[in-house]
Design a protein around this ligand. Structure first.
Ligand SMILES: *Cc1c(COP(=O)(O)O)cnc(C)c1O
Length: 454
């Protein structure tokens, strides 16, 4: 493990040395607190932080959550001590350069021949911005998104006063092409939003088939790869990779969103948006009397709907990518174990008899249910196991998450159960930590044992 006890003082010292060059100064007394006061307050904080789930541990397979890599923490901390603002080159000359470099790296990863893009504070803001540009280009037309897309799309469409249409999904949780085409035929759809790695199932919309369809009707294509974008690095159709066709098609889309704070080892506050056509920059035009004077180069604030943004986020990602480059052997090697874990999970889950796979995983998210014959029973057992495994001695805890499904969704996947309730919770596990791979057999056997008892 990268030792923060070793590296943190080195990072702080390096920034201290830089500051010293500017000559001595005294911190104002209003800012000074005694070590005793700080110690008490910090103890208060660390006590309160104990009320958290162990996101770092292989026994946590609940939501899309894990701590950043230690090098991201070091990069963020070093830069935060200076606190550059990537809104303008004046606010963060070094980190604005790093941001442009990492964004160019993301563009290369996606196969964009040209690009205009920047980091954002989140996938939601990145998607909002993509939809805003989509609306500027097709002001009289709305968007169509998967019924399984992130809830941000209908919400952001409402915010932008655009019509949004939900497209039903097939037996693998992917947008249905016939349904897309009939919506495109109405002429009301200006942009199709395809998701690569749906938040619920980790499913991959058939982007390679969606793009030709959209083009036929003059529609744009935006790719929401907030969760799944980095799987591009392992999109090789191999036993430990993901399907290449939808990922290769990103190169032909109009815009794409990816969240480095999900699969890019970053702390929260790091999304990214890329447009293929740099001329969309014209929609951002604005002037302000107090920024943009240091150079004629592009200021990132000129192409972002957000103003202040942490240069530290760009630096943390830049440093991380120095050590985990955007290649199959670099960051790809961090994603493969989770993908292998998901495939192993799907292969092994049925063996116990107590659990059944809901559908085959397309990335590193697995969904499965207690082998019971009514929705009511499935829901009761799922919830009981979910609660039971999360309780007790921390060493024995397993943290799961649930996912709500209806009879129809179960039926199209070949699970015939008595519909004695409108919906049931099943299990959904995000195997996004490479350490998950080692724990698969142990986790399955513990979950199965708990299901048998329930
Ligand atoms: C997480 C996610 C979002 C939202 O991103 P935030 O960074 O949480 O705002 C949007 N779309 C998909 C597919 C996601 O997984």
């Amino acid at each position: 493990m990268t030792d923060l006890q070793f590296w943190l003082p080195r990072v702080v010292n390096a920034i201290d040395r830089w500051q010293t060059k500017f000559g001595p100064y005294q911190q104002h007394e209003s800012l000074v607190r005694s070590d005793a006061e700080i110690a008490t307050a910090i103890t208060g904080l660390t006590d309160r932080l104990a009320e958290n789930y162990p996101f770092f541990h292989p026994h946590y397979i609940g939501q899309m959550l894990k701590p950043p890599h230690e090098v991201a923490v070091l990069g963020y901390l070093a830069t935060m001590l200076i606190n550059p603002n990537n809104h303008a080159l004046d606010g963060g000359p070094a980190t604005a350069k790093m941001e442009k470099e990492v964004v160019a790296g993301l563009a290369r990863m996606f196969g964009f021949a040209s690009h205009l893009g920047h980091l954002t504070s989140s996938g939601t803001i990145a998607n909002l911005e993509a939809l805003w540009i989509a609306r500027e280009i097709h002001p009289d037309r709305g968007i169509a998104h998967s019924a399984d897309s992130h809830y941000t799309h209908p919400r952001m469409s409402a915010l932008l006063r655009m019509e949004s249409t939900s497209i039903p999904t097939d037996h693998e949780g992917r947008m249905d092409l016939d349904a897309i085409e009939s919506e495109l035929k109405t002429g009301r759809i200006g942009t199709i939003v395809a998701t690569l790695g749906t938040t619920g199932l980790g499913a991959l919309d058939p982007l390679h088939e969606i793009i030709p369809l959209a083009r036929k009707y003059g529609a744009r294509v935006h790719v929401d790869a907030a969760y799944g974008g980095f799987f591009t690095l392992i999109a090789d159709d191999s036993e430990q990779g993901v399907a290449s066709a939808p990922y290769r098609a990103i190169a032909d889309a109009d815009s794409v969103v990816v969240d480095p704070h999900k699969h890019g080892l970053q702390p929260y506050g790091c999304g990214a948006l890329l447009f293929k056509d740099p001329s969309v920059g014209r929609y951002y035009k604005h002037d302000s009397p107090y920024t943009y004077f240091s150079s004629n180069e592009l200021h990132l604030g000129e192409i972002s709907i957000e103003c202040s943004r942490p240069g530290a986020a760009a630096a943390a990602l830049w440093l991380t990518l120095e050590l985990f480059p955007l290649t199959s052997a670099g960051l790809g090697a961090v994603l493969r174990p989770g993908r292998r874990a998901a495939l192993a999970w799907h292969a092994q889950i049925g063996e116990s008899g107590a659990l059944t796979s809901y559908q085959a995983p397309q990335t590193d998210i697995v969904t499965y249910l207690p082998t019971r014959n009514s929705l009511g029973e499935i829901d009761r057992v799922t919830n009981k196991v979910f609660m039971e495994l999360a309780a007790g001695n921390p060493r024995d805890q397993i943290h799961l998450a649930t996912y709500s499904v209806g009879t129809e969704a179960l039926a199209v996947r070949g699970h015939s159960v008595e519909p004695d309730a409108p919906t049931a919770r099943i299990f959904r596990s995000v195997l996004m930590k490479p350490e998950s791979e080692e724990s698969v057999p142990d986790l399955i056997s513990k979950i199965a044992a708990s299901v048998r008892k329930a």
